[in-house]
Ligand binder design. Structure first.
Ligand code: ATP
Length: 231
């Protein structure tokens, strides 16, 4: 199983991004590059929110280029976690299964299990406003977890959290990814996050997504553009 971006060209106005690479299933990848280099564009392509001008997106050989986001084997966790303030924690998580929240007993049990996995047991009835920032991140993670998709896309998911909480969340995410076997791509501006979370990194630079390379080697000896960006 693998995710292939085959001869991809994607445009946003004047901006163009090329990608031609294969990621083995079950890997964890950081996505790094300067501001405006195309990291979010890459995630939108895989998630199905943007269509390429040329090329194909393949999951284990199956062409998913034309599939709408909801029919792809993909879940996305954005920086703003998009929790609904008027819904409880359990309902926010249940939305990952059914938008109308008509869950059967088995689905409700999955909500409970997924909340337990992120350490939020007993908080089912709370509203997001009654949770800390870290707990809100956990709710968003539980929702993604419940969807149980093969590919997980994260766009700077924990950047609003303090350093200790952020590394705790990354460790939790790594444990979950390990257990579920999901293929994870995480956009991050923090090289420490990339080192801690992802053995391999996709560098997005000069209109191109580079094939994965070992994170430590890339960050220890960055090419000039990345060096300037990392400071
Ligand atoms: N809707 C749009 N119309 C035209 N150009 C766009 C649009 N969205 C993004 N762009 C351009 O596409 C390029 C890539 O944007 P993208 O958001 O993918 O970068 P990024 O690497 O995620 O940046 P950042 O790190 O700042 O979030 C940028 O030059 C941006 O100006």
């Amino acid at each position: 199983m693998s995710l292939t971006l085959e001869s991809i060209l994607i445009r946003q106005g004047e901006f163009a991004l090329a990608a031609d690479l294969t990621l083995p299933a079950g890997g964890r990848f950081a996505v790094i590059g300067a501001s405006g280099s195309g990291k979010s564009t890459l995630l939108s392509l895989i998630g199905g929110f943007l269509a390429p001008e040329a090329g194909r997106v393949l999951w284990s050989g199956r062409d998913i280029t034309a599939l709408p986001p909801g029919q792809r084997p993909v879940s996305t966790l954005f920086q703003s976690h998009n929790l609904f303030p008027h819904l409880t924690v359990a309902q926010n998580v249940g939305m990952g299964l059914r938008a109308d929240l008509r869950l059967d007993a088995a689905q409700k049990a999955r909500v409970t299990a997924s909340l337990a996995e992120v350490g939020l047991e007993g908080m089912e009835a709370r509203r997001p406003a009654a949770l800390s920032g870290g707990q809100q991140s956990r709710v968003a993670l539980a929702r993604v977890l419940l969807r149980d998709r093969d590919i997980l896309l994260l766009d700077e998911p924990f950047s609003a959290l303090g350093p200790a909480l952020k590394s705790e969340m990354l460790a939790l995410l790594a444990r979950i990814a390990e257990r579920t076997g999901a293929t994870v791509l995480m956009v991050t501006h923090d090289p420490a996050d990339a080192r801690a979370f992802a053995p391999e990194t996709l560098l997005v630079e000069a209109g191109r997504v580079h094939p994965p390379q070992p994170t430590a080697a890339l960050l220890d000896n960055p090419p000039p553009g990345l060096r300037a960006y990392l400071g």
